[in-house]
Design a protein around this ligand. Sequence first.
Ligand code: HAM
Length: 428
Amino acid sequence: MSAKFQSVRGMRDVLPDEVATWQHVEQVVRDVLSAYAYKEVRLPVVEVAELFTHAIGDATDVVSKEMYTFADRSGEQLSLRPEGTAGCVRAVIQNGLVHRGGPGHKLWYQGPMFRYEKPQRGRYRCFNQIGAEVYGFPGPGVDAELVCLCARIWRLLGLEGIRLEVNTLATRDTRDTYRAVLLDYFQANADQLDADSQVRLEKNVLRILDSKNPEMRDLIEQAPALIDYLDTESEQHFGQFCELLDTAGVAYTVNPRLVRGLDYYSRTVFEFITESLGAQGTICGGGRYDYLVEQQGGPPTPAVGFSMGLERIVELVSLKTPVSGVQPHVYVVARGEVAVSAAFGLCERLRDELPWLRIEQNAGGGSFKAQFKRADRSGASFAMVIGEGEVQQQLVSLKSLRTDDEQAQVAMDALSKELNTLRAQSRL
Ligand code: HAM
């Protein structure tokens, strides 16, 4: 029977069987972020639409094709956030976290992002990112720190075969010079541009390099590369960044074609890519955006960050070592009104006395046989059996569901002690 309502196309539910892997990934990422002294910020999912247009650039796919934008009841144009950086910049300016010459900030956030893309494996219209953003440090040290932090996360998650590509997009001035060179090149080859690229030629020629159309690949491959037009300062910054990665033993390749899909980048950019997920193999991307804070009305503040796509990382982890979910220690089987009511009170008392205990009470009645089946399926180590006879004698029967050990009878008063002992013996 199909449900009356379906989730929105490209938006998926994460069901209990998958949640254990999600929680594991999130925990590892959070632990590493706090080990590097990053602090969490929680940001709204909705921002004024113009924030994104302004920050991300109106010639990007994200802004021109993928935003969920709507008018609220007062007629204000709002968007579901397609990414976290723009909102984070808004928040640090609005809350006075960045001020001229003030201390730097290392922040991280997590949450759903929304892009109206064509759904496919690893590409959703509602997806989750964990991102980190650092404000106030111009040197390449934080760029390298962010990359090392990510590489550490992949190691701790046991992920292998993840490639790191790096590039530099230089300073604004250098990019202006390069833009002119690129404009000449694409104008000279205008007959080979697809419709999208014709528009980009007008709006922001650099975005043509980001085209995903295979028919444009050769033309893009042969285009002049920014790396050949670098100013000394950008070259040094990038050189030091690469040296720091060498020092840390993090392998990378320089990809002069790596431009990233958002307009705010300058200097360092990087992506982590896997071949194990099909076409959507980029699990994490980021870079420097030294002009964005100022462009959004804040004081000139260098900044750098990354975001990782959790759906893709969770899929990679599941392919390798799925994480099993949390199971109850004890499943309570009770039959008859008196026993069910006594079991209810007993469970609550045990939860008071043993906060570590995971105890599931049978729901929905059923014969002893049916309840034992559920107990087995629950994954619990023990069944705690309570019938009317047990209630009269104020005891319960404890039966191991995973070993052939004899069933034991335990006085209700002595249950906490007995469960503590079983735990100490690692039998629960
Ligand atoms: P982004 O490259 O657009 O960068 O996205 C970062 C990551 O989010 C991607 O590498 C991918 O893993 C995941 N992702 C993106 N779109 C989808 C989708 N439709 N479905 C599933 N996963 C997706 C940013 O968002 C920048 N804000 C990163 C950044 C932070 N740069 C500086 N600071």
